[in-house]
Design a protein around this ligand. Sequence first.
Ligand SMILES: Cc1ncc(COP(=O)(O)O)c(C=O)c1O
Length: 395
Amino acid sequence: MSEQGRRWGPQTTAVHAGHAGVTGDLAPPLHLSTSFSHGSADEAAHAFAHEDSPIYSRWGNPTIAHLEAAVAALEGAEAALATASGMAAISTALLTALQSGDHVVATTGLYSGSYHLLRRDLPALGIECSVADATEPAAFAAAIRGNTKVIYLESPANPTFALNDLAAIVEIAQAHGLTTIIDNTFATPINQQPHRWGVDVTVHSATKYICGHGDAIAGVITASESFIQRARKGPLRNFGAVLSPFNAWLVLRGLHTLPLRMAQHNGSARHLADWLAHQPEVAWLRYPHHPSHPQYELARRQMTGGGGVLVFELHGGVAAGRTLLDHVRLCRRAVSLGDVRTLITHPASTTHASVAQQVRLAAGLSDGLVRLAVGLEDVEDLIADLSQALSKVAS
Ligand SMILES: Cc1ncc(COP(=O)(O)O)c(C=O)c1O
């Protein structure tokens, strides 16, 4: 989005992009209508032939269109498509790029929902998937087969924080004529703009930072106009995982402050990483913009901020993790991320308690691993809370 040929900065884009302003509203109008009337039979025929005015909200809706235009502008993409959830964005993007008989190479360290979709649900539809080491571009090249159509990435990966080298993997994909898709949820368009590295499609759980307030489940895809049209008129419309206009409105409201919020998330998480690295109860930590990250150079090259999530391993395994969680007062014991509130989880005793220890360890989920999704509180208050809780772990 630009004014007089000059590209707007991210905060101006977040505030102004996509606003049609036809009725003079400054704040985004909320269009709840499921269908839209036409002035005449000719206008109705024109709308159906060209789909350039609203018809039915499963096909498109002005509030949702506003959100789509704003996210496309922030990602530097031609177009965007909003969906009912992050998983709907991922499944819609994959079903747009793949059909029965195709093969996809996916990165290690995927979000569990994406992993199950790629390893269980898509194979049931005749789409095969193999996995390549996130940190080894050559592993992606080695996994390509004659029927490979897509390379699927997630960087940083959750919770190992392994990074995909976007430039190197895109080069491999382009040499083989493959579509690249990346889950950019953790980084957001503020910290990482995959299209600039040549990635074809981004998918987001907009439930997280883009909405930012923990009150709407949503997803979004950005890509070329032709990919978005295929996704909109195909899998999204017919499988039907469309976003509600009200959730689009909530996400838009959050999106207006995304760059400001990301600056605070980035700064606080980096500060906490520095502080945690010096706590005796902490064995190690992972944060993309902390010098201890094994791919620190790559993180600095392709991410302008480290994001709001970090993980750390406590000495003392499962018991230490549970003790820490029992004693935090300000951090909230809850899954998810990108909320205004700081959320803390101990995967070994909660989300992954049912996973065999060996399998959990192989996925990088060690016994004392704690995930902190840093919110927007004053960082000194977060340090005070974690400090008193860590003292209980020590004793
Ligand atoms: C990286 C990532 N991608 C996708 C999703 C799925 O998003 P949603 O819950 O909005 O469907 C999540 C959810 O936690 C996630 O962390």
